[in-house]
Design a binder for this molecule. Structure first.
Ligand code: AMP
Ligand code: ZN
Length: 471
């Protein structure tokens, strides 16, 4: 089976050839931890978890290294710390904010069925690597010191005329256009409008570290250098896949690419750049002011994590996704059905049709169609049923037994299963004695509790009634 992935840099789908098949290396930009993560943040988590699982299946579990960083030094974190912990020294307040949000983030993404990455490096633990990269960039003439800042010069990069890619080639923007379109109020210490910060002085009370490049005052890193440093430390100068949301292409990934290529005199940082499309809610951009901003945590109060996961995978990762209540309801119905058919079945091998769909640039809509195909045949065929079970497990579904799945839903709706079974038995008895008035009354009573009955026959032709919770 040939894995093909779409690469943002070359704008084409290409066969994936790892630099080292015994250690396939992927870096994904993680969250900035200062608040509950929203459902848009869950998209890269789920998409790259599916890719991680597929790579582990193809190359072996021990042969894939997945790094997702945690950005724990940032203005938004500082602001939140000052607001939430007034009177507490800023550094201590920051530690509290990042500790709490880091824990929340892990609880949320665990509930979404995402495997933990191999390494989750924190920016604040990689300051020496950042300083080393900055020293190299200054020594190479790609960066300069001005007013206690270190700035990267895209002009210097493009003047170097070597193996380096042109600045702007990932985002397909020309430097000349960027210069022409630059804002007028450019910081006075910048030589050129497009120069960006690698290091800056800390304000009093802010987190600070000894500065590189002979700067006397303490300072802190810019955002982009963090990822160049952490990917270098954990994956090397070059690696296979770099991922994140489409909003990161420019400037974040363009700048990471520039820093790493210039520091290592190399033509590339990652072989494949992958970006997920954006998520909007009920047809509108998610924003706090529109009141349609939803956190993963809020959704988990109403829906099992696997429903959120399936709902995310119904759309191809590069397309925009419209997150709707209707979609969630459908995803839940699908999972109810899959749980009933496959949850308690021993695992076989995942289906070829499912793997083929995933290998085609993570075509998850086609993969779900393949799962529906297996489900269709599973009623008649044990092999399809165990292939369905194995495929779903590979993808991070069926983490519970069918009884647990059904039971949690009942609990969530405050329903007492024993009471329902007793009412159904009464109704069956009423039907047997042809007291249809009473049997209808019980059906209505159950309907009022949100319980829907399905009458059928068992293998011996005897009437049986099953039930489920209506939403
Ligand atoms: P942030 O913490 O804002 O840097 O975002 C963490 C990750 O979530 C990045 O990969 C972003 O690209 C991604 N992301 C943020 N908002 C959305 C959204 N609405 N839809 C999809 N991905 C998003
Ligand atoms: Zn990054």
């Amino acid at each position: 089976m040939e894995l093909r992935l779409y690469d943002t840099f070359s704008r084409e789908k290409r066969p994936f050839v790892p630099l080292d098949p015994t250690n396939v290396r992927m870096y994904v930009c993680g969250p900035t931890v200062y608040d509950f993560a929203h459902i848009g943040n869950a998209r890269p988590v789920i998409v790259f978890d599916v890719l991680f699982r597929l790579l582990r299946h193809l190359y072996g579990e021990r042969h894939v290294t997945y790094v997702r960083n945690i950005t724990d030094v940032d203005d938004k974190i500082n602001d939140r710390a000052a607001r939430d912990y007034p009177g507490v020294p800023l550094n201590e307040a920051i530690r509290k904010v990042t500790e709490v949000t880091d824990k929340q983030f892990h609880e949320d993404v665990d509930a979404l069925g995402a495997l933990r990455p191999t390494v989750e490096p924190r920016a604040t633990e990689h300051i020496p690597e950042m300083r080393a990269l900055i020293e190299r960039l200054v020594a190479g003439g790609f960066a300069y010191v001005a007013e206690d800042h270190v700035l990267f010069s895209p002009q210097a990069m493009n003047a170097a005329n070597s193996v380096l890619p042109r600045y702007g080639s990932l985002a397909k923007r020309s430097l000349d256009e960027m210069i022409a379109g630059a804002r007028v109020d450019i910081a006075p210490y910048k030589r050129d409008a497009t120069d960006f910060v690698l290091w800056k002085p800390s304000k009093p009370g802010e987190p600070s570290w000894p500065s590189p490049a002979g700067i006397k005052v303490e300072g802190r890193p810019g955002w982009h250098i963090e990822c160049s440093a952490m990917s270098w430390k954990h994956l090397g100068e070059q690696f296979d896949i770099h991922g994140g949301g489409i909003d990161l292409v420019f400037p974040h990934h363009e700048n990471e690419l520039a820093q790493s290529c210039c520091a290592f005199h190399s033509g590339r940082m990652a072989n494949v750049w992958m970006h997920n499309g954006f998520l909007q809610v009920e047809g509108e951009k998610m924003s706090k002011s529109l009141g349609n901003f939803v956190t993963i945590r809020e959704l988990l109060a109403d829906w099992p994590g696997e429903v959120l996961r399936l709902n995310m995978l119904k759309t191809h990762y590069r397309s925009p996704i419209d997150w709707t209540l209707k979609g969630l309801e459908e995803s839940e119905k699908t999972l109810d059905d899959w749980y009933g058919v496959a949850a308690d079945v021993p695992t076989g091998s995942p289906a070829e049709s499912v793997l083929e769909a995933l290998a085609d640039d993570l075509n998850t809509p086609q993969m779900i169609a393949a799962l529906h195909g297996l489900r269709h045949d599973a009623g008649r065929n044990d092999a399809d049923r165990s292939a369905l079970a194995a495929s779903l497990r590979l993808l991070g579904f069926l983490s519970e037994s069918a009884a647990q799945w059904q039971g949690r839903k009942q609990q969530a709706s405050g329903i007492d299963a024993a009471n329902i079974e007793a009412l159904i038995a009464e109704r069956t008895a009423a039907r047997a004695r042809k007291d249809f008035k009473e049997s209808d009354r019980i059906r209505d009573e159950l309907a009022a509790m949100g319980v829907v009955l399905k009458d059928g026959k068992n293998a011996e032709g005897k009437p049986v009634t099953t039930w489920e919770i209506a939403r």
